[in-house]
Every structure is written in structure tokens, then in C-alpha cells.
Design a protein around this ligand. Structure first.
Ligand SMILES: Nc1ncnc2c1ncn2[C@@H]1O[C@H](COP(=O)(O)OP(=O)(O)OP(=O)(O)O)[C@@H](O)[C@H]1O
Ligand SMILES: [Mg+2]
Length: 132
């Protein structure tokens, strides 16, 4: 790993833009193009929104941005309520829906996504994007 940026952010919506801005800065430093930077910002925003909105009693969450030279690995970790991954259903794309799109968007925009979550034991989403 070349370098990494670590942030601990309050679970409040106002701070999600700090996460998005920091991610776009790191992605820009690494040489991602504008389109990829927009994808990264969107994915980070969705992961952070989930930590803020769904983690429950977690006062803060952690964002880590790892510059791996040929890829950017991003981890968003909270210590909230977690959720049942098996019960998660991907959205029906034929149907218009306002919610339940965040994880789908993250998986569509990033090259690799792993979700570690246990009910009552927090959630960690690890996503990566390759420098083209
Ligand atoms: N960090 C988290 N902690 C607890 N539950 C989570 C977390 N992230 C996701 N979930 C659960 O997974 C579900 C799906 O998340 P997803 O982001 O796809 O949709 P959403 O947040 O409900 O809606 P949207 O992101 O479109 O506003 C959430 O409704 C929530 O139940
Ligand atoms: Mg969401």
C-alpha cells in the first residue's frame, strides 16, 4: 500500500460530503478520470448514508481510503446494528422504486464489493476500483 487516509466521522448526514470530498481528492491524486471519480464519490456517499441512516446507535463510523497504486480500496465501517445479508433483495429494475438502491449502485459502480455484517455487530463494506 502506498498510503492510506483514515477518517472517523459522526453518524450525521452533514458529514457525508466530507467523505465524498476526501474520496474524490484521493481518487484524483491516483489518476482516476472524471467519470471514475464521480462513480467513486457516489459509491462512497451511498455507503456512508447507510452507516448514518441504518447503523442505529453507532455514534461514529470509519472511512478508510487505501491507495494501492493500481486500485483504490475503500472501507466504510460502523459498529451499529448490522443486518441480515441473506434477507437482502436486489431491487427489481423494471419497477420504479425510491429506496433500496444504495447497495445495488455500489455494486454497479465499483469493480469489487464485499459486505461483512452481523446482526447486532456492525457493518463493514469493502469496495475497490481499478485505475484503468
Ligand atoms: N450500515 C448498515 N447498517 C445496518 N443496515 C444496513 C447498513 N447498510 C445497509 N443496511 C440494510 O440494507 C438495506 C439495503 O441498503 P440500500 O442502501 O441498498 O438501500 P436503502 O438504504 O434502504 O435505500 P437507498 O440507499 O436507496 O436510500 C437497508 O435498508 C438496511 O436495512
Ligand atoms: Mg442506502
Amino acid at each position: 500500500m502506498r498510503e492510506s487516509v483514515n477518517l472517523s466521522l459522526p453518524c450525521r448526514p452533514e458529514y457525508v460530503s466530507v467523505a465524498r470530498l476526501t474520496a474524490s481528492f484521493v481518487a484524483n491524486q491516483m489518476g482516476f478520470d472524471i467519470e471514475a471519480i464521480e462513480d467513486i464519490k457516489l459509491a462512497v456517499g451511498e455507503a456512508c448514508n447507510n452507516a448514518v441512516l441504518h447503523s442505529g446507535n453507532s455514534p461514529t463510523y470509519q472511512l478508510e481510503l487505501k491507495n494501492m497504486e493500481s486500485s483504490l480500496i475503500i472501507e466504510v465501517k460502523d459498529s451499529g446494528r448490522g443486518f441480515d445479508k441473506e434477507a437482502y433483495k436486489a431491487p427489481e429494475l423494471g419497477q420504479l422504486q425510491e429506496n433500496g438502491l444504495g447497495l445495488f449502485i455500489i455494486k454497479s459502480l465499483m469493480d469489487d464489493v464485499e459486505i461483512q455484517t452481523f446482526e447486532g455487530n456492525g457493518t463493514k463494506i469493502i469496495m475497490s476500483k481499478d485505475v484503468e
